[in-house]
Write a protein that binds this ligand. Sequence first.
Ligand code: MRU
Length: 339
Amino acid sequence: MSAFRTIDWKNDRLVLLDQRRLPEETVYLELESSEDVAWAIREMVVRGAPAIGAAAAFGIALAALRGEDLAAADERLRKARPTAVNLFWALDRMKAIWEGSSETPEALSQRLVEEARRIAEEDVAANQAIGQNALPLIPEGAKILHHCNTGALATVDYGTALGIIRIAHEAGKRVHAFLDETRPRLQGARLSAWELKELGIPHTVIVDGAAAHVMKKFGIDLVVVGADRIAKNGDTANKIGTYALAIAARHHGIPFYVAAPTSTVDLATPSGEAIPIEERDPKEITHCGERRLVPEGSLVYNPAFDVTPAELITAIITERGVVYPPFEENLPRLLRDQG
Ligand code: MRU
């Protein structure tokens, strides 16, 4: 368990660690309604695909406890962010309980709270299994390149790609992580570095543009990243900059792994072409805090994610096992055989 709680449920309130304020301040916000939760997801108080899914599930539980219209709450939460499929996956699970329910409001609320708790607990277990499944792929003394934040802050606990680094460290593998700072929201510099520092895991923060140079100069052994949505053919949406990393890894002959729970696999999306890519406020690029960096009048394009084509991915590490190409055949098999 981590020393902090990304997502907690206390006295019928959702408690979120405000990730906008890390690493300077550790502030927890108490949320009371589905509006609050939709706002927190949109504003990235909570972020990272699995954490967004679990928070949205608790958003439905809050809506039920307050007597909100559940269909409206569901719709509001679905609109919060478009790319991470875990959001829709978690809301579908909640909907399967509330839709057409004939229970009393009290009984239904309790069942929804229990289901949200279950989603949260399953996430922690999945992440630990991802870490264990990855262990044989991590060489002794590995230098590992990582993008964005995929740790305990991006999930309910432990993390996916960063969780692998943590579990390899705990297994005594003497790993060293190179962390892309991850423009423009700096999840790598602010959040991944904070997590690894707290855990005492050796790491070096680099600017995103240094990644290819670092691969060559330091002899990176592997790249491991998370995912927001994995299409049926293995194409993977993840934080902007992931695609460029995968191309650089291929050029240098470095294995490129995607780590994600099966709740991130979206078999209904045939390929990356069909994954909706969020575009965020240009201010994330034009400004640093309140200070303007880009001249007034310059055009700005701010996609939050990109799609890495399946052919650049060495393997996808899930809680149910490691999946190799051809993903088009092996992802559906993984979900079918063990679902
Ligand atoms: O915009 P963010 O910070 O929510 O983006 C997060 C990522 O892209 C992560 O890599 C992904 O959600 C996996 S988190 C385990």
